[in-house]
Structures are given as C-alpha cells and as structure tokens.
Design a protein around this ligand. Structure first.
Ligand SMILES: NC(=O)c1ccc[n+]([C@@H]2O[C@H](COP(=O)([O-])OP(=O)(O)OC[C@H]3O[C@@H](n4cnc5c(N)ncnc54)[C@H](O)[C@@H]3O)[C@@H](O)[C@H]2O)c1
Length: 283
C-alpha cells in the first residue's frame, strides 16, 4: 500500500518547505511543532511563498488555497497517529532526534515509516531509539525545498526493502529525484559540500574577503552561488552542527570546524535567517 497521509515534525525552514511540497503534490499533511504558534508561523511562511508564485502568475489563487487547506497544524505528535509516513525535521541534535523518534514510535501506528531529514546523524542510531528500526530511514531534502530537486535516501543497514521502496516511490510522487547514500556522516552531498564551505570560512579567517571568495568560485569554477553565500543560506548554526557530527563521526581533523564559524554562531550570526552572516540581509 502506498503512502497517503504524512506528518512533518518541525515547521522551521525545512519542515515548512517539505510540508509545502507534499501538500502541493496533493497529499494531506500534518505539520507539528513544539508550540502552536511555531506551527502557525511555518504555515504563514508557506502562504507567503505560495503568494509569491501567485503574483508571478505561476500558481492560480484557488490552487494556493487548496494547497494550504491540505496542511493541518498541531503541537502534539498524537495528531499523526494514523499517518503512513512521518518526516522529522527538528534541529540537528542526536539526543533530540532520538527522543522524538522514541515518542513517535509510541504514538504513530505500527506500520508507519519514520523518516528523518537529518543532514549528518546516524540513521541506525536514530532508529535504535524505536522498536521498528527496519522502518526508519533518512529522507534528506535540500534547501530551499520547493526548488531543489533532490532527495537523498539513506537506508540504515537494517532498513527493510519495503520501506526503501515506499520512500523512493513517494519522493517521485512529490516531484523529487532521488539518489541513495550510505549511512555515514554527511552522506554524499554534504560530505563534499560541507568541508568545501568550511574551507571557504578558513579563507575568511586568514584575511580573505568573502566577496572575493564567492566571486572566485562563481567566475573561476562556474558555481551558481559562492560557498559563503551558500553557507549563509543553509544557516551557519546548521553548518556547524553538521561539521561537528562529521568531525566526531570520522574522528578526522579534516572536518574540524573553523574557529571563526564557531565565533559567528556564538555571536548569533546564523546567516540569512538571523539577518547577518558573511553578508547582511533585510528581514
Ligand atoms: N537548513 C538546511 O539547509 C537543511 C538542509 C537539509 C537538512 N536539514 C536538516 O533539517 C533539520 C531541521 O533543520 P531546519 O534548518 O529546518 O531547522 P529550523 O531551526 O529552521 O527548524 C527546526 C524546527 O523544529 C522545531 N522543534 C524543535 N524541537 C521540536 C520538537 N521536540 N518537536 C517538534 N518540533 C520541534 C523548532 O521549533 C523549529 O521550528 C535538521 O536536522 C537539519 O540538519 C537542514
């Protein structure tokens, strides 16, 4: 049986983007956050995104209303007890993810698949906090979710075939392309991209100008966006979390986060979402 109803846990940058894409593909989705006001904020971000498409003429107004009507907000995981698939998008902290999965395992029907949008944490470790580790899998979306085509699918070594197949099918149904990646820190895309952004931050740390670094990679390597612009977009706090789990996971100094990145995060410079990172933004 295919996936019909979905719950997304966390309604921040990723959770709201994932919910928008799922609802846009015609599925019902429950979007849960710690507090109702956070979930409502996620929904209003979706509404703003869709309105932008309406004003550009790429989405009819009535379709926007239909998409919004397929999203229900909640502040309690119980709201999703009958769903077929849960996609978790809470902050990148192993203990928080494990606690969330242990709760989901208690509350959501036994047959449901529990997926995590983690960027770097072990799927096996998250799965071990449930009594259904064979139904736990990584579904790694990329930001901004409505635009980026990829979902990286990460089975743990004990995820079963039916779960892998169902998640692959569902990803296609919501208009995404998939690749498979092994369950090691950073998977495939971040394993390459995150050390690259960290190295660009070391260049700033050593006195280079962010604009020069980004222009260099745009003009000299044909990258569509510079590494520091990308880091600001991803969120410097998220980037630091991913680097730290790669550093710990491989126990290898090549993943050591740049001290400047740590200082910026400690100072509340999280990039675009906080209005300030390597560049400043109007919020
Ligand atoms: N930002 C990116 O570009 C990106 C890309 C791919 C994957 N990810 C991953 O997605 C996940 C979420 O990242 P984000 O950027 O959306 O973070 P975010 O901080 O924007 O959103 C996290 C949301 O989770 C909510 N939350 C916290 N604890 C919760 C709980 N116990 N129950 C329900 N909701 C809870 C927060 O209130 C917040 O709304 C992380 O694992 C991150 O590594 C992020």
């Amino acid at each position: 049986m295919g996936i019909r109803n979905v719950m997304v846990v966390g309604s921040g940058l990723m959770g709201s983007g994932i919910s928008q894409v799922i609802a846009s593909a015609g599925f019902e989705v429950i979007m849960v956050d710690q507090k109702m006001e956070y979930a409502e904020r996620g929904l209003s971000n979706i509404s703003v995104n869709l309105s932008r498409r309406v004003s550009k003429g790429s989405l009819p107004e009535n379709e926007k209303e239909q998409i919004i009507s397929r999203i229900t907000t909640a502040d309690d995981l119980h709201a999703g007890k009958h769903v077929d698939l849960v996609i978790e998008a809470v902050p990148e902290r192993l203990e928080l993810k494990k606690k969330t999965f242990a709760e989901l395992d208690q509350m959501v029907q036994r047959e449901a698949i529990l997926a995590t949008n983690t960027s770097s944490l072990s799927i096996a470790s998250i799965g071990s906090s449930t009594k259904r580790p064979e139904k736990v899998i990584g579904m790694h979306f990329f930001s901004p979710v409505p635009i980026m085509k990829l979902v990286e699918i990460i089975p743990s070594i004990i995820t079963d075939r039916d779960t892998i197949h169902a998640v692959e099918e569902f990803s296609k149904q919501i208009g995404k392309e998939t690749i498979f990646a092994s369950d090691y820190p950073g998977f495939t895309v971040n394993r390459l991209l995150v050390p690259f952004m960290n190295e660009a931050i070391y260049l700033v740390f050593e006195g280079n100008n962010p604009e020069d670094i980004d222009r260099g990679m745009r003009l000299g390597a044909n990258h569509p966006i510079g590494p520091l612009e990308l880091a600001d977009q991803v969120g410097l706090d998220v980037l630091l979390d991913v680097l730290e789990s790669m550093y710990e996971g491989f126990n290898d100094s090549k993943y050591r986060p740049c001290p400047l990145l740590k200082r910026m995060v400690e100072s509340g410079k999280f990039g675009k979402k906080s209005g300030s990172g390597f560049y400043t933004y109007n919020r």
